[in-house]
Each structure stands twice: as structure tokens, then as C-alpha cells.
Design a binder for this molecule. Structure first.
Ligand code: FAD
Length: 283
């Protein structure tokens, strides 16, 4: 974990672009409430090949122009062309965006054409080539290994390649097992990968959604945690309280071990992210 201890610890937030008027109004108040934790940036997800892309741009524009916070748009490259990516980069540059989360994304079912980029590393290289150091580039990291990587050594090999194309820092997929992060960082150190790798943390708010989402993205919900969450049945308040304790403890343990901050997958909700973040002690 030594390589991570030299970086300052910062908090950041992730939102998804709302699709409805009601969702938009809610997100505005969530942004205001969560602003209390003084986030380094607020990232906004981007649907690979999907129809919500314009909503991402709108949300980024809102954060940049109408709040005191900095937006970091996610940009997925699967299904995109160099021309479409460059168009977005120009738009974000004009808005004063300084940070981009560069991703491959997953081809939506039924969409066959992967476009002009195969991997996130191609996108990172393209952004560097077109825009130099205009943007701080975040990339994704997988302490429990990306579901499509045959094993963790192959995962590390391609992660290193992506970093070498010009990534400045990384955000992890969420996890509930502290050791998965620790071993991942150790493996990065052994492989000469040296950049801030910020744990992505998912607050627990709904058992079924968490299980379904985790199956899709390859994040493990440990058996003990599943059993405890199941036992709350219809007791939503009990589940929230327990989930908040578990996630606060995990986050503090990561910070105490030297993780360079926490990135919260807020799911556009003020709580429990606010309570967890306010309970943390940063160095
Ligand atoms: P890559 O880094 O390209 O890796 C994808 C797979 O390909 C890995 O298995 C890797 O080992 C392998 N690989 C990489 N390079 C090579 C190569 N040259 N040759 C062979 N194999 C290779 N998805 C969205 O649609 N929108 C979002 O906004 C979004 N935000 C995210 C934010 C974070 C922090 C994280 C962790 C994930 C996010 N995702 C998002 C999900 C992400 O798009 C998926 O996990 C996707 O499957 C992989 O994206 P990547 O950028 O990690 O891809």
C-alpha cells in the first residue's frame, strides 16, 4: 500500500444523468446537500452507445455553470468514432472541464459495431494525442478483476498498458472486501504501476438492486454480508443503518491504510453518502 500513501486524500462523488424533470430537480438538491463534503469533483456517468448521452452533457453543463463544483464527465468509447469523441472533448473543453473519466463501456445488446475504439487504452491515447494535458484522465481499475479478464495477471497487464497511454489516476469498481484492494495495490506496485488508485465505494441502500448490479459488473458481495442484508427483510431502516456502518468502517479502514481518498457511487441520493463521508477522518 506504500505507493498510495504519498497522495493527499480527497473525496469525490458520482452521479448518473437524470432522465426526467423530477429526477433533474432531485439531483440539483442532492448536489447542493453533498457539496457539504467539499468533493474534489462530481463525475457524471455516460451510457455506452445509449440514448442518455445528451443528458450527461446537460448535467455536466449544469454542474460547471451553475454550481461551485467541478464536473468530471465519464466518456465511454465503445461504439464511438474519433469524430464523435473529438466533438465531445471540444464541448467539454469549452465548458472548462478539467477532468474526464475515460472508459471503454460495454456494447449494448443488439449493437454490433464496436466503432473505432476497442479498449479504454485506445481512448486514453486518443485524448492525449488530441488534447495533450488539457484533461486529467481517470481510468477504471478492478481490484476483483474485470469479468472479461481471464485472470488477474492479464487484468494487471492491460491496466498497466492503459496507465502507460497517459492515465493520471484511477477509480476502482466497488468492492466490500478490504483485502481485494490491498492485494490489487500490492500487485500494481510489483508491476511498476504508480498512480493514485481511489477506491470506489457503493453505499448500501437496497438488497435486490445491490445483488443484481453486482452480478452484472463482477463485484463480489461476500456471503456474510448477503446473509445479514437478507435478514432485514422488510426492515428498510435497519438495512440502511447496518449498511451505513459496514461501508463507513470499510472506507475508514481504506483511508487509514493510505488510500488516496474515496469516490462515492452516490446513486443520486444524499443519504447515506453524506452520513458516511461526514463520519470519515482524512489524514
Ligand atoms: P478496458 O480498460 O478497456 O478493459 C476492458 C477489458 O478488456 C478488461 O477485461 C481488460 O483486461 C481487457 N483489455 C484491455 N485492453 C486490452 C487489450 N489491448 N487487449 C486485450 N484485452 C484488453 N460504463 C458505462 O457504460 N458508463 C460509465 O459511465 C461507466 N463508468 C464507470 C466508472 C468506473 C469507476 C468503473 C470502474 C466502471 C464504469 N463503467 C461505466 C463500466 C465499464 O465501462 C465496464 O466495466 C467495461 O466493461 C470496461 O470498461 P474499462 O474502461 O475498464 O475497459
Amino acid at each position: 500500500m506504500q505507493s498510495q500513501q504519498k497522495y493527499a486524500q480527497k473525496l469525490s462523488l458520482e452521479f448518473f444523468p437524470p432522465r426526467t424533470e423530477k429526477g433533474t430537480e432531485k439531483l440539483k438538491s442532492v448536489i447542493q446537500d453533498l457539496g457539504a463534503i467539499n468533493p474534489e469533483y462530481m463525475s457524471v456517468t455516460y451510457g455506452a452507445g445509449g440514448t442518455t448521452q445528451e443528458k450527461t452533457v446537460e448535467t455536466v453543463r449544469y454542474i460547471q455553470r451553475e454550481t461551485p463544483f467541478s464536473a468530471a464527465p465519464h466518456l465511454t468509447c465503445i461504439g464511438a468514432t474519433e469524430e464523435s469523441v473529438l466533438h465531445l472533448l471540444n464541448e467539454y473543453e469549452a465548458m472548462g472541464v478539467k477532468r474526464i473519466v475515460a472508459l471503454r463501456g460495454d456494447l449494448p445488446s443488439g449493437m454490433m459495431d464496436p466503432g473505432e475504439f476497442k479498449y479504454a487504452s485506445d481512448l486514453v491515447a486518443f485524448i492525449k494525442q488530441q488534447k495533450g494535458d488539457t484533461f486529467h484522465l481517470e481510468v477504471a481499475a478492478y481490484p476483483e478483476t474485470h469479468p472479461q479478464a481471464r485472470n488477474c495477471d492479464i487484468g494487471i497487464k492491460w491496466f498497466k498498458h492503459k496507465v502507460e497511454q497517459g492515465a493520471d489516476s484511477a477509480i476502482t469498481q466497488y468492492f466490500f472486501n478490504f483485502d481485494s484492494y490491498r492485494y490489487f495495490i500490492d500487485n500494481c506496485e510489483k508491476n511498476g504501476i504508480d498512480l493514485p488508485i481511489i477506491p470506489g465505494i457503493m453505499p448500501i441502500t437496497n438488497y435486490e438492486n445491490l445483488i443484481r448490479f453486482s452480478q452484472g459488473c463482477g463485484a463480489e458481495v461476500p456471503r456474510w454480508l448477503k446473509c445479514r442484508l437478507e435478514s432485514f427483510d422488510n426492515d428498510q431502516a435497519g438495512l440502511l443503518e447496518f449498511g451505513q456502518d459496514v461501508v463507513t468502517e470499510l472506507s475508514q479502514k481504506l483511508l487509514d491504510a493510505g488510500a488516496p481518498g474515496i469516490h462515492f457511487y452516490s446513486m443520486n441520493n444524499t443519504q447515506p453518502t453524506l452520513a458516511i463521508a461526514q463520519a470519515l477522518t482524512l489524514k
